[in-house]
Design a protein around this ligand. Structure first.
Ligand code: ATP
Length: 309
């Protein structure tokens, strides 16, 4: 439905986005994951036709949207990172204002405003001025505004940054519901691994302007198939056990956090050896388990850096 081809943006000496390719199929929820400064906001600003790319194209239903952006603008609801609200107006008046910008007929608009206030959990505060709202409430209102014109595609730029956990959970559940029950197409950017794992079916990972991985959640995790993480919980910490683990040729990393050793190994039959090592070090094993890789592990593996660096 939406296809982004070789999209690039250059700011003077800086390549903020470098030849990014991405597609969205109708009704799917896609995550764009990357640390601060990776180029996510720049990429989605180009996709939303807010800024012009230096190179590349955006196709919507097969038509070039860089040349003819109108159609795509109508199809997209964008939740920007910076809030775009009138603090002196009430929640209802903010929604009415943005609805009128889309020339939605008055009766229809009123109905839509009420629906959306329920959707984002702000019905009880609808008559209050936005300046009295918490960060999370403002963010939810911003999402309602993005949805006012029944967009086909909802693009969200880190919608949970800096808000309370309750609003965060509310937003995550709402996004999932919009996709599952209303077949809305979603592009969700975040630097929180667990959010993207929860909200999205398919994932792109960006770093320093480039796309470094893409695929379904499982495909992305498969990047790590040759490695596995094992957690070893013990009755007491032992320098001998730690030294033996560290010097093992098939163990690439050992981290120690009382009462657990966490190792990364390229072998899938390490349990027996770990038991022998523990016995020799006179350590009792309380538990030993292999941990499935997380997207955080994938990012670390691909870039050598933690996602929230
Ligand atoms: N208008 C601009 N002029 C110059 N440089 C810019 C501009 N906008 C973004 N950049 C730079 O482009 C790079 C990518 O920024 P961008 O905001 O797209 O990253 P991001 O992944 O969205 O990160 P964040 O999560 O911090 O928003 C950064 O180095 C940023 O400083």
């Amino acid at each position: 439905m939406l296809e982004v081809v070789s999209l690039s943006k250059r700011y003077k000496q800086l390549d903020a986005v470098k030849g990014v390719n991405l597609f969205l199929e109708k009704g799917e929820s896609v995550g764009l994951l990357g640390p601060n400064g990776a180029g996510k906001s720049t990429a989605i600003s180009m996709i939303s036709t807010l800024i012009k790319p230096s190179e590349g194209n955006v196709f919507y239903l097969g038509e070039n949207m860089i040349k003819h952006p109108k159609k795509l603008r109508k199809a997209i609801g964008l939740v920007p990172q910076d809030l775009a609200l009138f603090p002196q107006l009430t929640a209802v008046d903010n929604l009415l204002f943005f609805g009128k910008m889309y020339a939605i007929p008055s009766k229809q608009l009123k109905k839509r405003v009420n629906e959306l206030l329920v959707e984002v959990g702000l019905e009880e505060r609808k008559g209050d001025k936005v300046k009295t709202f918490s960060g999370g409430m403002k963010r939810r209102l911003n999402i309602a505004i993005a949805l006012i014109h029944h967009p086909e595609i909802l693009i969200m730029d880190e919608p949970t940054v800096g808000i309370d956990p309750q609003s965060r959970n509310f937003i995550l559940k709402m996004v999932r519901r919009l996709q599952k029950e209303e077949q809305m197409t979603i592009l969700y950017t975040s630097h929180y691994m667990e959010e993207v794992e929860y909200v999205c079916d398919r994932i792109y990972i960006m770093d320093r302007g480039s796309m470094i991985a893409a695929g379904t959640k499982d495909e992305v995790k498969d990047i790590l198939r040759s490695e596995q993480t094992i957690e070893i919980k013990v009755n007491k910490m032992s320098q001998q056990l730690e030294d033996t683990l560290r010097s093992h040729p098939n163990i690439s990393s050992v981290s120690v956090e009382h009462p657990t050793y966490t190792i990364v190994t390229n072998r899938d039959d390490m349990f027996d050896e770990v038991i022998v090592m523990a016995t020799e070090a006179k350590v009792k094993l309380i538990a030993i388990q292999a941990k499935p890789p997380t997207l955080e592990d994938v990012f670390l593996h691909l870039t050598g850096r933690n996602l929230r660096d």
